[in-house]
Write a protein that binds this ligand. Sequence first.
Ligand code: SAH
Ligand code: SF4
Ligand code: F3S
Length: 470
Amino acid sequence: MHLPDYKEARTRDHRDYQRISYEVDSAVQNKYKGKTFFIKTYGCQMNEHDSENIEAFLSYLGFSKVDNYLKADLVWLNTCSIRENAHNKAFGMLGRLKHLKNEKKDLLIGLSGCMAQEVSVVETIMRDYPFVNFVVGTHNLHQLPSIIDKAIVENQQQIEVFSREGDLIEGLPVVRANSYKAYVNIIYGCDKFCTYCIVPYTRGRERSRAKEDILKEIDELIQDGYKEVTLLGQNVNAYGKDLYENYHLGDLLEEIALKNIPRIRFMTSHPWDFNDRMIEVIAKYPNIMPSVHLPVQSGSSRILKLMGRRYTRESYLELFHKIKDTIPGVSISTDIIVGFPGETEEDFQETLSLVHECQYDNAFTFIFSTREGTPACKLPDNVSLEEKEERLHRLNEVVNTYFLENNKKLEGQVLKVMVEGVSDKKDMYYGYSETNKLINFSSSQEVKPGDIIDVLITSAKTWSLDGKVE
Ligand code: SAH
Ligand code: SF4
Ligand code: F3S
């Protein structure tokens, strides 16, 4: 048994980590053939990509996937700690599973992801949820097959959570959710320690994958017919800093852009590490999508300082405008937190005025959620929840007007859309533009997922556009 420890999780040093190739344990291959699994993912794209590895591990053990947890022999929750509601959802599901396990004694239950790294969550599971069979941390996901096997063979709860990152394991098996677009991890962890955020504790130190490993994975995806790759990291802009003297995200993007892949995306970008070289490269190559997610969090320099964001309102705006002016047609989206401890109405007004200036194409807005173990936990907070909810509502009204306004400018234009599938509305397809806008469209010709086609935009809505293929 290994239990998480926050003190250790917070530690940063420069010890070397090894690149190790994943080795399968052939003794467990197909050992559980005939059994089924259901997996639920609660978190970000990285968490989704981890689920693609988990599916591959479970398939190797012989489990096959089902879409209804009531029909599964094994239910896996891949959890997220970012805000309280993500927590509540996972615990809500554990509550339902408790009842199910009363009727179905052989049901297996597993939990992984960022919640597994939280000391209080693991303590709660050990105390109140003894029926959970396995808990696996983010740093030792590769041990999943042996942990499952041990729990079943020994008929005992297994809690295996490493507090610190270990070696970087290459070649993990993966069952990708799509056959035309793929996630590719380029950097793990986060060293930014924004005062409100739990990720540096759950995902460890920033560790870049070697460029050769990334480029090889992309070459294989191209060979397999993939049309789009999304480079993933909690802060992709920090790519290479821990590994190379002089090779960063701009250089990696350029090398990938020179390959024969139609669409390259990347997320997320912390404004701190966004350099001119990156902007130049994105502007230069048509297969790097002109779509940048640039979380601002707040428009008040005072709050940004309390958040530990390392930029001011002014330096953010300077970067924002440089990106807008240099990359033709770029769309910029953001994340905003309202109700950070001590946020005054004046601070909030600064956020609103920044939104008026930036006129974002998309924005994810949140009420501050206290995360145990983070510095913001200890800050005095005298703003009521009611007031915070009201600010969120006012903010959403403003951001929404700009989504619609920006979308309206696209009416009558022909956009390149990558088809995703058939939309809920009958006879309509859907897909995403280069700037990551959701397009619902009709087409007299048959189109299939992964096709990139020209769509004439006929009308704009707040969160999507309608169009047709002529
Ligand atoms: N690494 C990314 C963000 C990843 S988390 C970045 O820094 O750009 C995604 C978003 O969740 C953050 O941008 C932030 O807006 C929000 N978030 C993180 N911690 C939060 C908390 N404690 N309460 C509310 N929102 C939070
Ligand atoms: Fe969290 Fe900040 Fe790291 Fe983003 S950059 S993951 S918000 S600590
Ligand atoms: Fe959630 Fe962990 Fe991602 S906290 S947002 S799953 S890195």
